[in-house]
Design a protein around this ligand. Structure first.
Ligand code: UGA
Length: 436
């Protein structure tokens, strides 16, 4: 079976490479010539653990190819994945589907034999049907089916998520397409990995509903964390106690500075707009979006409180600016709100991030000072603020920190330390949802 993946961004690249790893012949397409030429030389445009080795391996074995030739790669394929971006449209939050529809036009002009067209991009309910209409209008007699197969990959652990998913969701409406999708995912199928077959609309909504639900869990525990601080409870204990109830589940109950990234902020807004298009209000998701936005504002006030209530003449060392660890992605990262707000209150900012420097330099204010080493970044500063929980921040050398910091003070917005441990080292320590 030959697979073509259109869009060699994060989702397309991971999906294509993992299918090649199974032994399928995969062609990943992108219109960005520079990106394709780099990929052909094993240069990966994103940081994703394990991906570079897998790309190199499959390129060498001839199972993976990168090209800008959209039409030829569609013609040869049995299955074409659409994995182009669906960013938020300006001045709203509706998903921008122009890239998806333009690929549908390309597919319409290139189809030569029966092909399954799969929407992998996160697309609002009804998009599969629209893609089908676009192709049908141009090619009334072409043989094809349009299937929805949303992805549930997390940045930083995308390969593991692809190889060991909790489920694979397939919205297919013909037996022919269902059989091909079953064959495609056969290498993954096991008792622990159910393949769920649904209508296209259900598959499309499963993706948005899942991301919105996970966002809700995070916003919920963040508000509980605020309550914990006031009433003297510990949010870690509360989350554990709640999460052990299987109906709730323990994952995605880590309190922090608010969710970010390229998915939750965009997909919650898009879900609100989809509901609005159908004439209804999805008030829980409205509240989640509002709560998360306030959260990011509240975090700079928290840092200020941890620094004695005033940031004038103070320099802060921020550890981690990407939206989560193990990625270089800065999209909608909480740091993009928190750092400018701290600067507005008078703070000077030093930053260290293991992978985020390139994107961070473009997206954060130019006055931010970047460092290649966490202890250099701390030198001469008034406090260390942990904003992203990279593993290398989990066992910092407190003796060295005491030598370089103006005074021992840590504000841990990811709760990666135990208060008693840090305080024993002589530090002032403030974290989330735990009494100081
Ligand atoms: C998310 C979903 O988890 C994936 O299932 C989905 O496929 C993906 O979006 C997508 O739609 O493409 P991702 O954005 O890579 O994945 O990252 P997450 O691990 O979900 O984290 C999102 C944000 O929530 C991060 O800012 C993270 O720090 C925050 N978070 C997560 C918390 O604050 N607390 C938690 O307990 C978990």
């Amino acid at each position: 079976m030959k697979i073509t993946v259109i869009g060699s961004g994060y989702v397309g690249l991971v999906t294509g490479t993992c299918f090649a790893e199974f032994g399928f012949h995969v062609t990943c397409v992108d219109k960005d010539e520079k990106k394709i030429s780099q990929l052909n030389q094993d240069i990966i445009p994103i940081y994703e653990p394990g991906l570079n080795v897998m790309v190199a391996n499959n390129l060498a074995k001839g199972r993976l190819a990168f090209t800008t030739n959209v039409h030829a790669s569609i013609r040869e394929a049995d299955v074409v994945f659409i994995a182009v971006g669906t960013p938020s449209r300006r001045g709203g939050g509706h998903a921008d589907l122009s890239y998806v529809y333009s690929v549908a036009e390309d597919i319409a002009s290139a189809l030569e034999k029966y092909t399954v067209i799969v929407t992998k991009s996160t697309v609002p309910v009804g998009t599969g049907r629209k893609v089908e209409q676009i192709i049908r209008q141009k090619r009334p007699h072409a043989e094809f089916d349009v299937v929805s197969n949303p992805e549930f990959l997390r940045e930083g652990s995308a390969i593991e998520d692809f190889m060991k998913p909790d489920r694979v969701v397939i919205g297919a409406e013909t037996e022919r397409a269902t059989a091909i999708m079953r064959e495609l995912y056969r290498p993954l199928s096991s008792p622990e990995t159910p393949l769920i077959f649904t209508s296209r609309e259900s598959a499309e909504l499963i993706k948005y509903a899942s991301n919105a639900f996970l966002s809700t869990k995070i916003a919920f525990i963040n508000e509980i964390a605020d309550l914990c601080e006031i009433c003297g409870a510990d949010v870690q204990a509360v989350a554990q106690g709640m999460g052990l109830d299987k109906r709730i589940g323990e994952r995605f109950l880590n309190a922090g500075p608010g969710y970010g990234g390229s998915c939750f902020p965009k997909d919650t807004l898009a879900l609100i707009h989809t509901a609005d298009d159908y004439g209804m209000k999805i008030s829980i998701v409205d509240a989640v979006v509002e709560s998360n936005s306030q959260r990011k504002q509240a975090m700079s006030a928290k840092v200020m409180a941890g620094c004695g209530g005033d940031l004038k003449e103070k320099t802060l060392c921020i550890l981690g600016v990407t939206f989560k660890p193990d990625t270089d992605d800065m999209r909608d990262a909480p740091s993009l709100d928190i750092i400018p707000s701290l600067m507005k209150s008078g703070a000077k900012i030093h930053v260290f991030d293991p992978q985020g420097q390139k994107e961070g330099r473009e997206m954060l204010p130019s006055e931010v000072k970047w460092f290649e080493d966490p202890y250099d970044a701390m030198t001469g500063t008034d406090a260390v603020v942990i904003l992203t929980e990279w593993n290398e921040f989990r066992a910092l050398d407190f003796d060295q920190m005491k030598k370089v910091l103006k005074k021992p003070c840590m504000i841990d917005l990811r709760n990666i330390y135990l208060p008693s441990h840090v305080q024993k080292q002589g530090f002032d320590y403030l974290s989330i949802g735990r009494s100081p």
